[in-house]
Design a protein around this ligand. Structure first.
Ligand code: NAD
Ligand code: UGA
Length: 345
């Protein structure tokens, strides 16, 4: 099969590229503005065609040519970072909805299968619910418009609904994936100086631990997340790729690990403990409490809990292999090795 991966240079995309090229079962083309993560992760130099391009500037003829010359399109392109939802809400809609829609519409025109990455954020605010989020049964609950953090969720949800409609009306074949907080090497970026923006929580805490800065707990770090190791995530994505022709067609699928739930303040403590275990050195950082608006800016709002229902994925034979402590240890070890000289180890 010929597979085209948009966003193939990102965190998930790079791991997927490395794994698919190692399997050597398909012809792979990857499109991204930046492949530095892939270049750091790829040791085998597997066979893959890399296209460096900016989707925002790609004309429709080129886009259609790319889509029509492949069988399966995997679309990972997005701004996927809450600080950007708050600082650049219009850009989030342009890329995450309108540019992704151009890809989807090319798939409709040429009858190509699309695996579209959506997000667990479409479920919005659980409101303290203990019910796992189900692909077909859960309601999608967002906060008020002035809390524009939800623009990402809303753009992703709109794209899902359009894809669903194209499936109903024009026979589009697709699978929508909703990831729940994947973690692993090369997620976002490490804050080397400390002032280079706001990555997601794992790289934020990792940066603070490596460079002896304060860990900031947003609203006291009282909210929960469930984390999934990137290798488990890639296994799940590959199972979905293998099943596109039947079980996964026109389905939404959660990928997550319900057992790996932790409160964010406890994640900070656990990461410091694991750092100490790996290096034999105490993490020299303190935790401070900040409000969501202080940290991200006006318009931030958070969800307190999100637990995936993974029955659909488990029915395909997937089981997560990595427990929270193990996945954190693997991820922290990667960065300790990467920065060992700089941190004097
Ligand atoms: P990422 O930011 O690492 O990857 C996105 C990629 O898109 C990046 O490599 C970036 O360079 C590329 N990109 C952005 N703008 C571009 C442009 N104009 N032209 C070309 N390339 C451009 O994010 P990720 O964590 O790998 O997430 C991938 C997808 O999965 C996203 O759609 C995200 O919303 C979704 N998702 C991820 C998670 C997670 O846990 N990582 C959770 C929920 C949803
Ligand atoms: C993320 C992003 O929206 C997407 O990448 C993705 O769609 C999805 O969720 C996911 O990864 O599954 P969120 O989980 O809120 O959203 O993103 P993080 O930045 O990783 O924050 C997790 C929690 O940690 C939030 O409660 C946040 O307020 C808190 N946090 C984050 C801190 O307390 N301190 C920090 O320094 C950073």
């Amino acid at each position: 099969m010929k597979i085209l991966i948009f966003g193939g240079g990102g965190f998930i995309g790079s791991h997927l590229l490395v794994s698919l090229t190692r399997d050597n079962e398909h012809d792979i083309v990857a499109y991204d503005i930046d492949f530095s993560k892939y270049n750091r992760l790829n040791r085998d130099m597997g066979k893959v065609k890399l296209i460096r391009g900016n989707i925002r500037k790609e004309d429709n003829a080129n886009l259609k040519q790319l889509v029509s010359s492949n069988d399966l399109i995997i679309d990972l392109l997005a701004y996927a970072n809450p600080s950007i939802y708050v600082s650049e809400p219009c850009e989030v809609v342009r890329l995450n909805l309108f540019d992704n829609l151009r890809i989807v519409e090319a798939c409709v025109e040429f009858g190509r299968y699309v695996i579209q990455f959506s997000s667990c954020e479409v479920y919005g605010m659980a409101g303290g619910s203990t019910e796992p989020f189900s692909e077909d049964r859960s309601n999608l609950l967002l906060g008020p418009i002035e809390k524009h953090r939800w623009i990402y969720s809303c753009a992703k949800q709109m794209l899902e609904r359009i894809i669903h409609a194209y499936g109903l009306k024009q026979g589009l074949n697709y699978t929508i994936i909703r990831p729940f907080n994947f973690v692993g090497p090369e997620m976002d970026y490490i804050l080397e100086r400390g002032d280079e923006g706001i990555p997601r929580v794992f790289p934020q805490f990792m940066s603070a631990i490596l460079f002896n800065r304060d860990i900031k707990l947003v609203d006291g770090g009282r909210n929960f997340r469930t984390f999934t190791y990137i290798d488990d995530s890639i296994d799940a994505i590959k199972i979905i790729i293998r099943n596109i022709d039947h079980i996964c067609n026109r389905k939404i699928i959660n990928i997550g690990t319900p057992e790996n739930e932790i409160r964010i303040c406890d994640l900070a403590t656990l990461m410091m403990q694991i750092f100490e275990k790996i290096t034999g050195r105490k993490a020299n950082c303190h935790t401070t409490i900040v409000s969501g608006e202080e940290f991200y800016g006006k318009g931030y709002q958070d969800c307190d809990r999100r637990i995936p229902d993974i029955g659909r994925l488990m029915a395909l034979g997937w089981r997560p292999r990595y427990q929270l402590k193990d996945l954190l240890e693997l991820s922290i070890r990667y960065y300790v090795n990467m920065y060992s000289n700089r941190i004097g180890l």
